[in-house]
Design a protein around this ligand. Structure first.
Ligand SMILES: NC(=O)c1ccc[n+]([C@@H]2O[C@H](COP(=O)([O-])OP(=O)(O)OC[C@H]3O[C@@H](n4cnc5c(N)ncnc54)[C@H](O)[C@@H]3O)[C@@H](O)[C@H]2O)c1
Ligand SMILES: [Zn+2]
Length: 361
């Protein structure tokens, strides 16, 4: 088992990564005084992993309840969030209770937000079960639900007491979900670590055979880097924005196609290809760098071709509605080499339109 610490002073917490993990022991250590725990999961993950988790928790003297949500981004709603709060009230949870999120990013984001609001905040632990949740969403304390007018628009910064990434869970994850997770993994290499990028270029195909050494290195490195970024800029006043690489274009694709048509990580994959093409246009990176990034996205089985009907104008229109846009200026995270990105606010709409039409030609 590997342990990484997210350093946030008194709110620091461990991320455990490994196989055959002892959930009961790790959670008892994270929640020494807690008696009641509410495991929030969904109709797909619950049947696979809840029983084992419950047994282990009971061995460490927890009273275990379960709250099973419907599966899918479409249910990342105020109703599901309310369902968690209702379950907590029905079981008389007090401030000595805690929430455990067992699932992917959707469950983690909702359970975390419910924990942040219930009686003004009770502790929570993340057990991420998708690659995306292990490398990204379970770490860093962003929690949220969707509003019909915008994704992740209602939420809180609320850090977990521990994150437990059990790589064994990935064996039941469909390949397409692995690929989506790799979107955030490739992103991490490009924004922060050229050596990790090179590792991925050599090893990424092993992810699809669930090679544990490869997966372990990937999850560990991504968590280390996210932990470093988050501990320097918890609430995204500056540095944390680099984690949005590929996301400006990516969100536009998700919104244009209708959320759920492409998985988030898939849209981020194409978003990174477009951002790196823009960087190449601006001579920020070499053609070799661009080709390398494109090839890695392709080996990770990420989409690299812009949807046929989507025009430059469609991108601009959706990007203007992104919650990260301030005073009408779209901020683009662009690579300046493999391993480093910078933020640019001087990209004109025409520059984007021209790039998109050339990429589609
Ligand atoms: N908080 C953050 O910082 C942050 C960062 C990135 C993404 N997110 C959010 O995360 C969400 C996406 O997360 P996701 O990609 O994990 O999607 P997800 O939670 O929808 O999980 C994907 C699918 O895999 C299933 N699943 C989960 N674990 C499984 C397993 N071990 N075996 C079989 N099936 C399994 C789920 O039930 C679901 O159908 C989005 O809502 C996004 O906004 C949040
Ligand atoms: Zn993302």
């Amino acid at each position: 088992m590997e342990t990484i610490t997210v350093g946030l002073g008194q709110r620091s917490y461990p991320i455990y990564i490994g196989t055959d993990l002892n959930y009961g022991e790790l959670i008892r250590e994270a929640l020494p005084k807690v008696t009641d725990v509410m495991v929030v999961t969904n109709t797909t993950v619950g049947p696979l992993y809840f029983d084992e988790l419950k047994t282990q928790l009971e061995e460490h003297d927890f009273n275990v309840s379960e709250c099973v949500l419907k599966d899918g981004e479409a249910y990342k709603t105020v109703d599901s969030w309310w369902q968690i709060l209702t379950a907590l009230m029905e079981k008389d949870f007090g401030r000595d209770g805690a929430v455990i999120a067992l699932g992917g990013g959707v469950v983690g984001d909702m359970a975390g937000f419910a924990a942040s609001a219930y009686q003004r905040g009770i502790p929570f632990v993340q057990i991420p079960t998708t690659l995306l949740a292990m490398v990204d969403s379970s770490v860093g304390g962003k929690t949220a639900i969707n509003h019909p007018l915008g994704k992740n628009m209602i939420g809180a910064f609320y850090q977990p007491k521990a994150v437990i990434a059990d790589l064994d869970c990935l064996k039941t994850l469909p390949e397409r979900e692995l690929t989506a997770g790799l979107g955030e993994v490739v992103k991490t290499g490009i924004i922060y670590d050229d050596k990790f990028f090179d590792f991925l270029k050599e090893q990424v195909s092993k992810v699809f055979s669930y090679d544990l050494d490869t997966l372990s290195h990937i999850v560990k490195r991504c968590c280390e880097i996210k932990a470093l970024v988050v501990s320097q800029d918890e609430k995204e006043h500056g540095l944390r924005a680099i984690l949005n690489y590929g996301h400006t274009f990516g969100h536009a694709i998700e919104a244009y196609l209708g959320f759920g048509t492409w998985l988030h990580g898939e849209a981020v994959g194409l978003g990174m290809v477009i951002a790196s093409a823009l960087a190449l246009d601006r001579k920020l990176i070499s053609k070799d760098d661009f080709d390398n990034m494109l090839e890695l996205c392709q080996s990770a089985k990420l989409p690299t071709v812009i949807p046929e009907r989507m025009t430059g104008n469609d991108f601009i229109e959706h990007m203007r509605h992104d919650k990260k846009v301030r005073h009408g200026v779209i901020r683009y995270v662009l690579p300046v080499r493999i391993g480093e990105v910078k933020i640019f606010s001087d990209v004109s709409d025409d520059e984007v339109r021209s790039l998109i039409s050339r990429m589609k030609a």
